[in-house]
Design a binder for this molecule. Structure first.
Ligand code: ZN
Ligand code: FE
Length: 268
């Protein structure tokens, strides 16, 4: 409980809690000010969600799904039946448990939490992968990670590059709620790509301290990611030079730099 109260933002109309699940997943839970209702994102397991709801005496009103992978959806059927919760997710990812299918540009409101969402089409990790944006917050599943990005399983590098561009066009103070605690491993790669980026070095120290205390490194912010995430820095000289030396030839466009960085990271 102390773990949750220590990291919950105090100024927002809602609070967002990480529910750790499986090996390194976070199921994000949005809770209203009066601590009555909860809306969760990507429940890869039902049990930790039910434990959280019981501990805080919350009723589950809805489930948001970013993509079809089991580590994001395995708890859905059980939670949906137990709590009669609505399930909102991508129309192009073949998820059967949805009560509402959405696509890029869709808007919806969760009245009990007073939240309006707009859906971002950010495919490539999976074909139909979406993100949920509400002012100040983005729930981006496995598309953007702190200091990294998702693997490309069902799309192309070009599609992933465009998905990340959609995210970087959001306001810089947007908090980024990724679905996995991959930050430290990602930063090791980021440091190799950009050895003279001091922000990366100091962030490694901060993240190491947080992890030693058992605390999440998330949410991140878009502003921070633009400073430390090599996949969002494909136009920076040192990133270009590193990607070119890995590729063995000149790379003319940021999108090509991205493609080679992603290839490099896949085998890192
Ligand atoms: Zn995934
Ligand atoms: Fe995942």
């Amino acid at each position: 409980m102390t773990f949750l109260t220590r990291i919950a933002p105090m100024s927002s109309a809602i609070q967002v809690y990480p529910i750790p699940a499986l090996t390194d997943n976070y199921i994000w839970a949005m809770v209203d000010r009066s601590k009555t209702h909860a809306l969760i994102v990507d429940p890869g397991e039902a049990q930790p969600v039910n434990d959280f709801l019981t501990e805080y005496q919350l009723s589950l009103v809805g489930i948001l799904l970013t993509h079809h992978h089991f580590d994001h959806t395995n708890g859905v059927e059980e939670l949906k039946l137990q709590h009669e919760a609505i399930v909102i997710g991508p129309n192009k990812d073949g998820i059967e448990s949805l009560t509402k299918a959405v696509t890029g540009g869709s808007k919806f409101t969760i009245t009990s939490l007073g939240l309006k969402f707009i859906v971002l089409d950010i495919g490539a990790h999976t074909k139909g992968h979406i993100g949920f944006y509400t002012p100040g917050k983005l729930f981006c599943g496995d598309t953007l990670f702190s200091a990294g990005c998702g693997r490309i399983f069902e799309g192309t590098a070009s599609q992933m590059y465009n998905s990340l561009c959609k995210i970087t066009s959001l306001p810089d103070d947007t908090l980024i709620y990724c679905a996995h605690e991959y930050t430290l491993a990602n930063l090791r790669f980021a440091h190799v790509v950009e050895p003279s980026n001091e922000k990366i070095e100091s962030y490694i120290e901060r993240v190491t301290t947080l992890r030693k205390q058992g605390l999440p490194t998330l949410p991140s912010s878009l502003q921070l990611e633009k400073e430390i995430n090599p996949f969002l820095r494909c136009d920076k000289p040192e990133v270009i030079a590193s990607a070119e030396s890995y590729a063995g030839h000149r790379l003319k466009k940021a999108e090509e730099v991205f493609k080679w960085l992603r290839k490099w990271k896949d085998g890192f």
